[in-house]
Design a protein around this ligand. Sequence first.
Ligand SMILES: [Zn+2]
Ligand SMILES: [Zn+2]
Length: 462
Amino acid sequence: MIKCPNCTGELTFSPKDQEVVCQYCGSKFNPKELKARVKMAGEKKEKKEEKNQVEGKSYTCSQCGATLLTFDETAITFCSYCGSQAMIESKMMKINKPDFIIPFSKTKEQCEMAYKKKLSGAWFTPSYMKSDITIQKFRGIYIPYAIYKLEHHGQTSNKGSKYSHRSGDYVYYDDYTILAYVDASYEGISYDLISKFYDKYSTAIPYNFKKKEDFNPNYLIGYYADAGDVDSTTYDKDALKVTENDITKRLKSNSTFHKYGCSNPTMSLDVTERKTGMFPVYFLAIKNKENERINYAIVNGQTGQVVADLPISFGKYVIGSLVLALIIFILIDNMITLTPTNVTFFSIAASLMSFIISNKQASQINNHENHINDKGYKSIDKTKKRNKYGTFKYIWKEIISVIIPTTVLIVNPVKDMYYYGASLISLLFVLLSFYDLVKEHNILTTSKPPQLEKRGGDEREK
Ligand SMILES: [Zn+2]
Ligand SMILES: [Zn+2]
């Protein structure tokens, strides 16, 4: 227990007060002025002691291998990444002291409210995601981030080309080289250093880096922290790309550059500074009861922004579509007469729509399941195993439901029976493919439990 200097009661950092508060006597302390309550460690240099590490009690999840730290007497009873209750308390663990910290400024209650609000309009979301038991499991975790500073002070050169004149069969263009002096400075471009924290979530909840503080361990009291497993240089190229793109965009929107049809500028950019920080997140992993995968709900502990996986409940989907089908049927019945050709066209239109969505989802599933755009994950993925998700698996039902009615339209039989028969079969496959669409959506809005992706040779276990 981290003790209050006045009464030896339990201390925690309060996001509401931005102070360390005693749970017993109510004393408040400025975290910057309070003597570090969390153990700091480091090399002893001659006289001056350089404290460059923070020590906490570590808990490792025996299911997915995640390691979380606490800095007070709080025991970690379940894993925030996979929901498993098999947390093994292990030795004290030291993590490198980060340069900055963004303290929690939203309370757990505010986080729960923000999440509830996000889900209030999501009718098709399974009820277990909205239950109080689930929502109580949000935990505040400090996540390590790499923070970049990039500068460009100097010349950039753009190549441009502009129509000059025409002479006979020839069109002449003048080429230009346009030089510009760019004075740009970017600070606070940041990337999370945890492979289990998918980049698609971290990019959805950006932080306001201006409200950072110099790191002080007192901010950690009452929260978990993740030691991180991604190397802090992993995102060098991405940070360069972000700044380069921004400079390019600004230059090209300039009227002169625009007039001469300028190409992208050439410039030399370098990472000026790479630091690390701890950023606050409320994390919740929910086991999806239909496909045994994990839904994540994540709330930014600074801004209160929510990113949550919203799968569709099959039960709610069936009821919803029946109601919708009834309404559509009544509308159509009043507007157009149901001729055999109309019905056939309707089924073709429905299957084409399903075809387009399914095709798109198939490629998204491939990206999601293989972490195609997830640099942090890929940087520590040693197996490099990829499962190819072929598109055909997802669209064969749509193909059947288009081919059958189209053939009937081409053959153009005399009897109406053929039209109705073809439409009936087609619509049946359309219904099956809609069912698949929901299934695909639920793959996209859930993730494989991290234990299935557990990689061999975690360096932290050595
Ligand atoms: Zn006290
Ligand atoms: Zn776990």
